[in-house]
Design a protein around this ligand. Structure first.
Ligand code: HPA
Length: 277
């Protein structure tokens, strides 16, 4: 039988019996340095948690790290499960629902993305204010567990307006440019053709990536509030003479990560004390 959320929680509670994070943070490719800022970290490899499959992509370490950031208890998901690895949605659902089950109120989602906007280049950040799900499926398709969330979930407020405003305010204070835009999710793992990018721009894309959206749908279903920031690693296909490579995304991910490593702790300091779980 497939592992249940309670099986996963039993293992996590052995590692961290009395830890109740207020926020979860998903760290994408090249962004994992944030987890190193956690105070008194408890690290659990995904492998030890029933129902989580270990990702095998360079830059993804696959560790759950629980600890304090600016005094606020958080859980960092260091290394995400990508659907292009050929895994089903089950481990992605498990990962996000663990964050909720641990007691978190908010999920901060970060992810590497290509920019479809000339004015937002590699190494910059983009606030995600909405998304377009261009994955071939939906992570909530299949039987619904009413104890987790409703069958039909509204997605009008997928990205929490108040939290996003706070993130923008904090970025301004830190002098980090944070333009907002629509994240367009594709399955990957191939990058896009220039023709696809031209088509997606017409559809409304500002940034494009291979993650974020399934996690956000799962998070909203179980009642987590979401705030999302894309780390721009490249201009999308056809927009520059630079070839798009995974190594390139890691390099510019590092540049963007330096900004995120300042922005996220400051954001958590701002909102953390007020969060009701
Ligand atoms: N396309 C899709 N996913 C990505 C890109 C891109 O250009 N850059 C980083 N992740």
């Amino acid at each position: 039988m497939a592992p249940l959320l309670s099986d996963a929680m039993n293992v996590i509670r052995k590692y961290a019996p009395n830890f109740y994070p207020k926020m979860g943070i998903i760290l994408g490719s090249g962004l994992s340095s944030l987890a190193e800022q956690l105070v008194d970290p408890i690290t659990i490899p995904y492998q030890a948690i029933p129902g989580l499959t270990t990702g095998g992509v360079a830059g993804h370490a696959s560790l759950m790290v629980l600890g304090h950031l600016n005094g606020i208890p958080v859980v960092c998901l260091k290394g995400r499960i990508h659907l292009y690895e050929g895994v089903p949605y089950d481990p992605v659902r498990m990962l996000i629902r663990i964050v909720k089950q641990l007691g978190a109120h908010t999920l901060i989602v970060t992810g590497a993305a290509g920019s479809l906007r000339e004015d937002v280049g590699p190494g910059e950040l983009m606030m995600i204010n909405d998304h377009i799900n261009f994955h071939p499926g939906n992570p909530l398709a299949g039987p619904n567990d009413e104890s987790v969330g409703p069958r039909f979930v509204g997605m009008e407020n997928a990205y929490d307006v108040a939290l996003s405003e706070t993130m923008t305010k904090v970025a301004e204070r830190l002098n980090i440019p944070l333009p907002a835009g629509v994240y367009f999710s594709v399955l990957g793992p191939s990058f896009e053709t220039p023709a696809e990018i031209r088509a997606y721009r017409i559809l409304g894309a500002d940034a494009i990536g291979m993650s974020v959206v399934p996690e956000v749908i799962i998070a909203r279903h179980c009642g987590l509030h979401v705030v999302g920031v894309a780390a721009i690693t490249n201009l999308a296909a056809g927009m520059s003479s630079e070839k798009i490579t995974h190594d390139g995304t890691l390099h510019f991910g590092e540049l963007a990560a330096r900004k995120l490593v300042k922005l996220i702790p400051a954001f958590i300091k701002e909102v953390g004390p007020e969060l009701v779980t």
